[in-house]
Write a protein that binds this ligand. Structure first.
Ligand code: F0G
Length: 458
């Protein structure tokens, strides 16, 4: 039998209550937060879709493993278990534990970067780009052309354009390329997957030019689901085999364990090359900690070791990808413009299309973010001109390329009835569509304004 209902492949043993606020309360909360959901308290939120990072529910096995945490400064047993779990998937011998993904990025790209260096990716995640640019290097995003069409189906919109890669390497000279970074899945590109063929092609180009190939692997388990179900030749492979094969193509990886290792904090850097690992290890010891714990406590390493096994469970991955798709497809059926096909960890809405009556300098994405909170207590993030907009010399907004709103789904946290509730909230969003107004910014910091900016309703 093929049942339609996606059931969570777990039972719930410990619950966290949600304060069921009223709309009147939320209107007040939102005003007090200056219409910026980042300034809300979490207990004012019913469904928190701000991020899938560090928001996973850990399993009973992970909690049990934490009790085994060996907090010895050097050579802890927890380090051994963590090392074996990462090595089992990557086969990279040099593994550096860090407190989260960006710490691994800072170490690796700080070392490889510097003035005159060039990095190339399908899309650099914000912290990746920031670490590269902070070193003085430049970062180029070259997703495939198909990724720019958000309406048609294409199985691997996360792929990197290998023709452009070849050109960029020739133009900037191989010795100036810091690394080629394949982000799987491509978070900034809508959580779209990367095919194994694309990873093979990237590896081939990098090998031929003797350029370092790094995988930003924080959602590689979700990516493996798409490969198994969309790419010919992988139907009979396990998710683990797919993940191992992809790691086998690269020279190393950077991981934020806050995603596909099902933990609330942690990360690592893993490398094949001894000399590069040695240089990075020196930076690890100075900035994170000794080699066998880096930025992590023993119990964190235990939880990651268990999480890296649980994430590849076939029933978990089915539930994970299908429930994200369920949300995306349901609101799409109602006429909400979403990035299509639905990615692995989030649903992205094109707010400029939804609110085509709101000018871009009145931030349609912020309008949707505020509406979702007012109507349903749903918190999510604008990924548009609030986040990426700049001003010209006259102070006029130079808008971002797109006005997206991201509903990022925490792992193992919400049930299908929570998702059905969110779908229902969109009925109200669509009903109020033409009356919804934009916002103006009344206060903003110089950098990363989306976190702390204040807004006023127009
Ligand atoms: N790479 C990717 C693809 C990411 O999505 C993130 C974080 C990082 C690196 C950095 O890892 O947060 O552990 O330092 N993404 C989060 C998000 C913040 O909400 O998408 P970190």
């Amino acid at each position: 039998m093929n049942f339609k209902t996606i059931i969570e492949p777990f039972r719930i043993k410990s619950v966290e209550s949600i304060h069921m606020s009223t709309e009147a309360e939320r209107i007040q909360y939102l005003e007090a937060a200056h219409y910026n959901p980042f300034l809300l308290n979490s207990n004012q939120v019913i469904i928190d879709f701000l991020t899938d990072s560090g928001t996973s529910a850990m399993s009973n096995e992970q909690w049990a493993a934490m009790m085994r945490g060996d907090e010895s400064y050097a050579g802890a047993q927890s380090w051994e278990r963590f090392y074996n779990a990462v090595f089992d998937l990557t086969s990279y011998p040099y593994i550096l534990p860090t407190h989260q993904g960006r710490a691994a990025e800072r170490i690796l790209y700080g070392h490889l970067g510097g003035k005159g260096k060039v990095f190339i990716s399908n899309t650099h995640f914000d912290t990746t780009r920031a670490n590269i640019e902070f070193s003085g290097a430049v970062a180029f995003d070259i997703p495939i052309e198909e990724s720019k069409n958000h309406e048609n189906y294409y199985p691997f919109k996360g792929n990197l354009d290998c023709e452009k890669l070849e050109k960029l390497i020739t133009e900037h000279k191989a010795e100036n390329i810091g690394a080629v970074i394949l982000t799987v899945t491509n978070n900034s590109g809508g959580g779209q997957p990367v095919s194994m063929q694309n990873a093979k092609d990237v590896a081939e180009v990098c090998k031929r030019h003797n350029v370092l190939f790094i995988i930003d692997c924080c959602r590689i388990a979700e990516n493996s689901y798409f490969i198994k179900h969309r790419e010919a030749g992988f139907e009979d492979k396990t998710y683990k085999e797919i993940v191992q094969q992809m790691f086998g193509l690269a020279d190393g990886c950077v991981m934020s364990a806050k995603k596909d290792a099902l933990v609330n904090m942690g990360g690592f850097l893993a490398l094949k090359d001894e000399k590069l690992a040695e240089a990075c290890t020196n930076l690890l010891i100075i900035t994170e900690g000794f080699t066998t714990y880096g930025g992590l406590s023993g119990r964190d390493m235990e939880a990651i070791a268990v999480g890296l096994v649980e994430i590849l469970d076939k029933d978990y991955l089915y539930y994970r990808i299908k429930s994200t798709e369920y949300l995306g497809e349901k609101i799409r059926e109602k006429g909400v413009p979403v990035m299509y096909p639905i990615g692995g960890h989030a649903v992205y809405i094109d707010s400029a299309k939804l609110y085509d009556h709101i000018p871009l300098d009145e931030y349609p994405g912020q309008a949707l973010v505020c509406e979702l909170y007012r109507v349903g207590g749903i918190r999510c993030v604008e990924v548009g001109s609030v986040m990426f907009g700049k001003y010209d010399e006259q102070g006029k907004l130079i808008p971002a390329a797109m006005e997206l709103v991201r509903l990022a789904i925490p792992r193992r946290v919400y049930t299908q009835s929570h998702v059905d509730y969110v779908v229902e909230v969109f009925d109200e969003i669509l009903k109020n569509k033409s009356e919804t107004r934009g916002y103006k910014i009344t206060k903003e910091p110089k950098l990363l304004r989306h976190f702390t900016a204040h807004f006023e309703k127009i």
